[in-house]
Design a protein around this ligand. Structure first.
Ligand code: UT7
Length: 341
């Protein structure tokens, strides 16, 4: 039997309209634009404003966009995987809610929690489902409403994060292009450096946990930074090595956008010039599971069939990974208007 390869065949994205700029943050906390830009690369981030709006409300336009681009109806989707650490609620899964909102009545779905590596973990899971021959159309979404879990009095974290969603459609490839290889890792001993202290079964929500601000992101920045620089660079390099590739073979690095300095270190280790690195951290900040599909969405019209690209991430957990993709299509029409919807 011929081996089936999973290919990304369409991309969608969504960013909320409201821009939280460094200048606005300067009025809220003791920080300054220069520190934020030089230490992180972020200039502004998008925030989902409005009563009753959640992560699923950003997934919906992203998924509908990719359906439109590919010319498929929601009913054709077999499975929906939503990578997120900010689900609409603990249960049911955000994937269920997205399927309901878009009328994907023939799909089953689930959420996947792997923080900033969530999209890569979900992409590999979805690709495996396609490779099995059992499913024909799997939608993989990376989406986070980080503003729901950010403490806007904590200057060490609130400058970093933003809200967004990105989505890809996976289908059996018509040729040898598609998801080629993935290296994924977890190390739970890193959980103490980046996590939400309360709200789970270990520390259920109580007045005390709310008063202690334990439902926000806690991050030991320098420790995570150290692990991320090494983790993301090493795994990207190892992926190249195991596929007998060098930086010269790679058209684009698509890195998780946590800190420009981490991205630069990864590109250097891979021997990649910086004009081959997708970088939009200045506009959106760290949108956790959304960063990588959001880059694909923005750069889609610059990607060509056969381009080899490396997607790489590092995040809470610790979780990290790199995926090698041979891009499967040339953008058929002019790219959709980017920005707000
Ligand atoms: O996506 C998931 C994975 N997450 C990451 O990859 C994030 C990894 N970590 C980082 O990107 C960086 O550690 C941060 C951007 C979070 C922090 O940068 P840093 O260079 O590690 O700074 P630091 O925490 O060592 O702080 C340096 C100084 C401190 O002051 P002192 O003690 O030297 O006087 C901080 O209090 O900068 C101060 N500082 C700030 N100053 C102005 C911390 N936050 C701010 C701020 N504005 N917002």
């Amino acid at each position: 039997m011929q081996k089936i390869t999973a290919a990304i065949t369409a991309v969608g994205g969504y960013v909320p309209e409201y821009k939280l700029t460094n200048a606005i943050l300067e009025t809220m906390i003791d920080t300054n634009d220069e520190w934020i830009r030089t230490r992180t690369g972020v200039e502004e981030r998008r925030i989902l404003k409005g009563e009753g709006l959640a992560t699923s409300d950003m997934c919906v336009p992203a998924v509908l966009e990719l359906c439109k681009k590919r010319g498929i109806a929601s009913e054709e989707i077999d499975c929906m995987i939503v990578a997120t650490v900010t689900p609409d609620m603990f249960f049911p899964a955000t994937a269920n809610i997205v399927c309901d909102k878009i009328g994907a009545v023939n799909a089953w779905g689930f959420d996947l929690s792997a923080a900033c590596s969530g999209f890569l973990f979900a992409l590999t899971t979805g690709a495996t489902m396609i490779e099995s021959g059992r499913y024909k159309k799997v939608v993989v979404v990376g989406a986070d409403k980080m503003s729901a879990i950010v403490d806007y009095t904590d200057r060490t974290t609130c400058i970093l994060f933003g809200d967004a969603a990105g989505a890809v459609l996976l289908e059996p490839s018509a040729d040898e292009n598609g998801i080629q290889d993935s290296l994924l890792k977890t190390d739970g001993s890193g959980r103490q450096f980046l996590y939400m202290k309360a709200g789970g079964s270990l520390n259920p929500a109580s007045h005390e946990t709310v008063d202690a601000k334990e439902h926000y992101i806690y991050q030991a920045g320098p420790q995570v930074f150290k692990a991320a620089v090494k983790g993301m660079a090493d795994i990207s390099y190892d992926l190249l090595q195991r596929n007998n590739l060098t930086g010269d073979d790679i058209a684009w690095l698509v890195p998780h956008q946590a800190n420009k300095r981490i991205i630069d270190a990864t590109a250097n280790r891979m021997g990649l010039s910086h004009d081959k690195v997708m970088l939009n951290i200045q506009r959106y900040g760290n949108t956790t599971a959304a960063t990588i599909p959001l880059c694909l969405w923005e750069w889609e019209n610059q990607l060509h069939k056969g381009d080899k690209i490396v997607l790489a991430a590092f995040g809470g957990g610790f979780t990290w990974g790199a995926t090698l993709v041979s891009w499967a299509y040339d953008t058929p029409t002019a790219p959709a208007e980017k920005g707000t919807e």
